[in-house]
Structure formats: C-alpha cells, structure tokens
Design a protein around this ligand. Sequence first.
Ligand SMILES: NC(=O)c1ccc[n+]([C@@H]2O[C@H](COP(=O)([O-])OP(=O)(O)OC[C@H]3O[C@@H](n4cnc5c(N)ncnc54)[C@H](OP(=O)(O)O)[C@@H]3O)[C@@H](O)[C@H]2O)c1
Length: 497
Amino acid sequence: MDKELSSIFVIFGGTGDLTKRKLIPAIFSLMYEEKLPENFTIVSIGRREKTNEEYREDMYESVKKFSRFSLNDELWHKFSMRIFYKNFDFTSDKVGYKDLDTFLETMDTKHLTGGKRLYYLAVAPEFFEGIIRNLKSNGMVDKANGWQRIMIEKPFGSSLETARILNHNISKLIPEENIFRIDHYLGKEMIQNILAIRFGNSLFEPLWNANYIDNIQITSNELLGVENRGGYYENAGILKDMLQNHLLQMLTMIAMEPPVDFEPESIRDEKVKVLRSLRLFTAASFKENIVRGQYGEGEVDGKKAVAYREEDRVSPLSNTDTFIALKTYIDNFRWGGVPIYIRAGKRMNTKSTEIVIQFKKLPGINYYKDFNEVVHNLLVLKIQPEEGFFFQINAKKPGSEFKMEKVQLDYCQSCKYLNDSPEAYERLLLEAIRNNSSLFTRWDELEYSWKFIESIENQFKTTLHEYPNYSAGTSGPREAIDLIEKDGRQWWNTAAD
Ligand SMILES: NC(=O)c1ccc[n+]([C@@H]2O[C@H](COP(=O)([O-])OP(=O)(O)OC[C@H]3O[C@@H](n4cnc5c(N)ncnc54)[C@H](OP(=O)(O)O)[C@@H]3O)[C@@H](O)[C@H]2O)c1
C-alpha cells in the first residue's frame, strides 16, 4: 500500500446528508476493497453534541443503508475505530479549530499519518471561505510536513461574479493545486469511459468531427422532484444544479482534443478550450434556441406528484426553472457548424442520462432507392442509471429481397460488472488522496462555464414566465420538441424508446 495514502480525512458537515449518504459509505467501500491503508482516519465535525460512540452508531446505519458492500462485524469494528467526532461551531468557535488541530496532530503521532490531511467541505457554500480562512489562520493548511488539500462541494459561487470573488479570496489562502472542486459526474464510470471509447478505437476518432457528425445530444432526465432540497433548489434551478457543472463537464469530455498525455493539467487544458469555444447566447439567439420550464402536478411512475410550486420550502409564486432545453455550438475547427442540443429536467417520464452522437447519413444514397430507408448511425453513451453504450447501424434484412433494416448493438456494462463499478464519490475521494486532480474542476473551467450560464441568465431576466408549463411525468414542454424538430431532427432517448 502506498504510504502517501496514510492520511486523515476531515469532514466539515459530518452530520449532514451528503456525509451520511455518500462520503462515509464511499470510504467504507474503499477500505473494504483494501484501497486505503489501515491507518486511514476520519474526523467529522458538526454542531450536534455526540460522543464518538454515538456518531459511529449513526454511521453504522448509513453504511448499512448506502454502501454497495454488506457489513461484516469484524470489518466494521476495524473501520469504526478509525472514526472520530468533534462538535464545534465552525463559523465562530476559534478555540474549536485549535482543538481540532491539536487532535489531528495527536492522531498523526498515534497513526503515523504524517500531517497528510484531506479537508472536505460538505457544508453550504456560504461557509466555504470562512472555514478555509480559519484553517489558514490556525496553520492547518500549510504544515511543514505531509500535505493538506481541500475538497469543495458544488456549487462554487452562484454567478460569474460571486465565483470570481470566492476564487480570488481562497486563492490567497491556498494554492490552486491543493483545491479539489467536486463535480461528482467526473467520477462516474461512463464519464471516464468516454476517453477510452474516443481515444481507444480507430473506428470513432477519425469520424469525431464536423465532417461526419450531424449533431450531439446530451439528455439528463430525472423522475424525482426536488425532494427535501427545495430551499437549495429555489436558488439553483436547473441552470446551476445541472447545466453549469454536470452537463457542461460531459460536453467537454465528448468534445475535447486528445490531450498530450494523461496528466491532470494536460486533460484540463483541453477541457477548458472547449468551454472557451462555446457560443454564448444573445437576446436574438436566446429566443430561438432555449426552452425553459417548470413542472406542474402530474403522475410519475404511477404516483401522483405535486407541482414544483407546492413542494416543501418552495415559493408558491416561484419562477425557478426545473427544465431546460437548448441548442448551441462549439465554435472551433473540429466542431464548427455541429449543433449541440442539451436538455435536462426534473419530474420527467424517464430517469436517464445519455450522450448521443448522431452521425451524418452517407451522401449519394439517393442513387440506390433501396438505401432510402437507412437510419443515422448513432453512438449512445449511457451514463446512468444503466451504464454502457448503444450503437445503431444499417444492415441488410435477411431474405430474398434487398431490404435495409436498422441493427442496434446494446452493451450494458453495469449488467456485466454487477456491483463492481465504484460509486463516483469512491473514485473522487481516492483520486484526491492520490493527488490526481484530473477529475476535479480547475478554476478556468469554472470561469468559462459561469460565463456561458451568465449569457443565459441575462436573457432569463428579461423574459416572462408562464409557469408551470409542463406536467410532472412527461417529457417536458412541447416547445422543447419543436426546438429540435424545426431543424429536421429529433431527440433520442434509448431509455424511453
Ligand atoms: N446532499 C446531497 O446529496 C448533496 C449533493 C451534491 C452536493 N451537495 C452539497 O454538499 C454540501 C452539504 O450538503 P448536505 O445536504 O450534506 O447539507 P446538510 O445536510 O444541511 O448538512 C450540513 C452540515 O453542516 C453542518 N453545519 C452547518 N452549520 C454549521 C456550523 N456553524 N458549525 C458546524 N457545523 C455546521 C451541519 O451540522 P449540524 O447539523 O450538526 O448542525 C451538517 O453536518 C452543500 O454544499 C450541498 O450543496 C449535497
């Protein structure tokens, strides 16, 4: 086991939802698979009064419920003895930070973790800067020994301006290479697989450009509404919850040039070029190319669903968007003129995230009337819930007549490797401990993605809302279908078809 991985994982927000559902189960899975050394230690911070034992009992329930591996007593005992809980108010308790530092140093001596600390900010965004400031002023991010890194949850800022201010302030406290900004989609198996499929197959890479690709579609549909996160969603909406981060990150992986090597900076250099080339919206292009929506009541999966405006902690007059469909372009040499269609929504009729590459039809088929029926070649990367890919080609239908038919090759990777695929947070935590920042968002990527979002938001402010404009359990507003059909194309959705 790599000695560098011996470290302390310090969670701010240790009693929160993210820690319970994702972080602790992810660390447990990493320990289960022996990817972390036995002296790896977890220190959680919250406000609630709890003893270590009480906290461990809570985490036992979380791991039982959310881990992909089943618990056994021996492993749990070993794991739980490495979990500690500290309660203090991280906004105002200066002594709390000093005590925490002393405790972490004691842990270093006891468990030989050598000053290596991964601080995870699983807290609301307004606390990011304050916590980092306190860590800095207590000498907790620039120790003489080991390394100290900070993982920051999304959202990073709420606009281009606030993201810039936040970045400006924290970059004075810690160097960029020690900041790991999370976009958990980058930890998903199939997002990683995009690079393998693109750069590992002579079949695809030569065709991966405007000469052969007709359009690219990214769809992310959810059955769920806002659940218990209405307060957060009211401020975020679909733009900041999905588009600014996950959807644009997927686009960068699909559209980037081959990096010179697999070093984090080489990959991120290529991703940022895609974001820089994204065409921004203007008042004129906005009208034609964006459809927004908010769900009304309806039926999802056979159950009645309330309208967004009736959800918990949502204003009855809310104008927050729960759906978006748009068409844009990447104005660079490879992608000039290829439309990029993106849509995402809550309370839709299917749960699926897919990227569709639609290839152009062969020219000249009109000379052979038998070829009139050929369909587009499609490569579909299935991100979730099913992981895998789907490839559509044309072939001859067996029989004495010369008739074409479409053939669909469907590979379900998650069916083949049942339970073998690590959860996104497992991969991300391990890579942060390994100091591999390629799965995290660099500041310039964020800055360009916020610029794109701002070009949409500026227009949103000037347009009228007539919400709700789609029923829960449908494919969104009718205008989203018109958006693509007016170009003579259609949305593909292999999960729904
Ligand atoms: N939950 C998710 O699925 C999810 C998904 C993606 C991103 N995120 C992001 O992850 C972050 C955390 O989300 P969450 O859902 O886990 O939030 P949460 O359930 O509200 O948890 C917040 C945590 O912060 C602690 N806390 C708040 N104020 C504190 C203070 N002054 N001093 C000490 N501790 C304090 C709370 O401790 P006490 O309760 O003990 O006071 C609790 O542990 C947010 O940035 C969110 O946007 C969450």
